[in-house]
Ligand binder design. Structure first.
Ligand SMILES: C[S@@+](CC[C@H](N)C(=O)[O-])C[C@H]1O[C@@H](n2cnc3c(N)ncnc32)[C@H](O)[C@@H]1O
Length: 226
């Protein structure tokens, strides 16, 4: 029999079936977003959350203990792409919303269509390196989530945290070491990125973990703005 249990992140559940899977309750029943499975448990539909497609799910399953809550938050999502991870945040959100920043028009068209079905998604076609391009749409946010695979990942995150993250706000930053420097060991790249977040942008590191089981040479950093 299928059994649903809570995780420490409100709205993210573990469905214990033949093999345990992460799920969120589908806000648009009958509709999948990226080919994930839809599963009915006692008359309520859930969507499986694939850790090979979403680094937030990978971070949870890699044992991270300090991932932030999503439930009531105003979230700035840098590199939202077509909305794979954002769709699960959208499922979880109660009163909050997600500003999704993406600079590829082709990708953004798909996210825009998703936002027509999910009213807590706000699509913004812009370059995350230029917060001034979208500062007129956003005042302050509780959480920044970033997944952009660029050489200057910490700098992009730091600038956006300076501009938009409220005092006491949290951030989750996915680091792809191969986009930064292929000649260095990933551990050195991760450590340089954390140093920049702390020294240049005065952000505190709450937790760090690689997510090698799901994505090679990637890490997740959870920060707080003091
Ligand atoms: C790895 S994908 C993100 C996947 C997504 N986070 C998810 O889990 O569903 C990275 C995305 O960031 C976008 N991106 C990269 N650099 C960017 C920038 N400077 N500004 C905005 N978007 C950017 C890319 O176009 C791509 O869609």
């Amino acid at each position: 029999m299928m059994k649903l249990s809570k995780t420490y992140i409100e709205g993210m559940y573990i469905l214990k079936d033949e093999k345990p899977r992460l799920v969120t309750q589908n806000k648009t029943p009958g509709k999948a977003v990226y080919g994930e499975q839809l599963i009915n448990v006692e008359g309520v539909e859930y969507r499986t959350w694939d850790p090979y497609r979403s680094k937030f799910a990978a971070a949870y399953l890699s044992g991270m203990k300090q991932l932030p809550q999503i439930f009531d938050e105003k979230i700035l999502y840098l590199g939202v792409s077509t909305g794979t991870t954002a769709s699960h945040f959208s499922d979880i959100l109660d009163k909050g919303l997600i500003y999704g920043i993406e600079f590829s028009p082709k990708v953004m068209r798909k996210f825009f269509r998703l936002s027509e079905q999910r009213t807590n998604l706000v699509p913004i076609l812009a370059d995350a390196r230029k917060p001034e391009e979208y500062s007129k749409f956003i005042f302050s946010v509780d959480l920044i989530y970033q997944d952009v695979a660029q050489p200057d990942q910490a700098t992009i995150f730091g600038r956006n945290a300076n501009e938009f993250l409220k005092q006491g706000g949290k951030g989750v930053l996915a680091i792809k070491s191969q986009s930064i420097d292929v000649s260095l060991e990933p551990e050195e790249v991760f450590s340089n990125q954390m140093k920049e977040l702390e020294d240049k942008f005065s952000l505190s590191i709450l937790e760090f973990s690689t997510i090698d089981t799901f994505e090679k040479k990637h890490a997740i950093i959870v920060i707080e703005k003091a």
